[in-house]
Design a protein around this ligand. Structure first.
Ligand SMILES: [Fe+2]
Length: 228
């Protein structure tokens, strides 16, 4: 869609937030002089995840991810509406909130897009993990332990390829603002309580183990191949 076409849609533009093209709407900005963010649908049938309920996935996708999309677009409107004599701190506060919302959107998409099972770990990724961590088992143990360090709190665990280091790395991320720059995300695990409490209560370990059984390796392999 051309930018001018998007702007012409204005407040009537909607985004699909459910898999399979169901119509749940997320408002897009009315007057922001740039593209708003459109929510992506789930790429898998949430009824078919193993050990994770459809109810929890849909709540997570619609309320937390969808909420970040709405918030991002609302913040964009506020930035666009700031008067020219606004104080720097007024813009700065909005820019901070904008970054939180945008990173939340992006990280949730990496998370949801790699769920749904499929394939097995590819040879190229396996070799990359062996070179960076010693073995796939050591990588997985380190990834899971990093996740558990965030249990009961909030944050993300990310498997990334970092260009500066020239290797794969597990990144501990306390919130949407933490990251290791110059990295490409290969796999993202949401450790905010909203991602597991409904099904697992305080059992973060159970959630992390189930997450691994639901990884779509075809998606993960493709991400790695595209950057290597
Ligand atoms: Fe989340």
């Amino acid at each position: 869609m051309e930018r001018r076409d998007f702007m012409a849609l204005g407040a009537t533009a909607v985004a699909t937030t459910l898999y399979g093209g169901e119509n749940t709407t997320v408002s897009t900005p009315k007057s922001v002089d740039r593209l708003g963010v459109t929510a992506k649908g789930l790429r898998f049938d949430p009824k078919k995840l193993s050990g994770i309920s459809e109810k929890m996935i849909l709540s997570h996708h619609q309320n937390n991810y969808g909420g970040a999309v709405k918030r991002s677009n609302a913040i964009g409107e506020k930035i666009a509406a700031l008067p020219s004599n606004a104080q720097p701190f007024e813009l700065g506060s909005l820019k901070r909130e904008e970054m939180v919302a945008l990173n939340s959107i992006i990280l949730h998409e990496y998370y949801f897009d790699a769920l749904g099972s499929g394939g097995t770990m590819g040879e190229k990724l396996r070799k990359g993990l062996e070179q960076s961590f010693g073995s796939v088992t050591e990588w997985e143990n380190s990834f899971k332990k990093t996740a558990l360090s965030l249990g009961g709190g909030s944050g993300w665990v990310l498997l990334v390829y970092n260009r500066r280091l020239g290797r794969l790395e597990n990144v501990w991320s306390w919130d949407h603002l933490h990251g290791l720059w110059d990295s490409e995300i290969i796999l993202a695990l949401d450790m905010y309580e909203h991602s597991y409490q409904m099904d697992f209560g305080a059992n973060a370990k159970g959630y992390v183990d189930v997450f691994f059984t639901n990884i779509n390796w075809d998606v993960v392999n493709k991400r790695y191949i595209q950057i290597k």
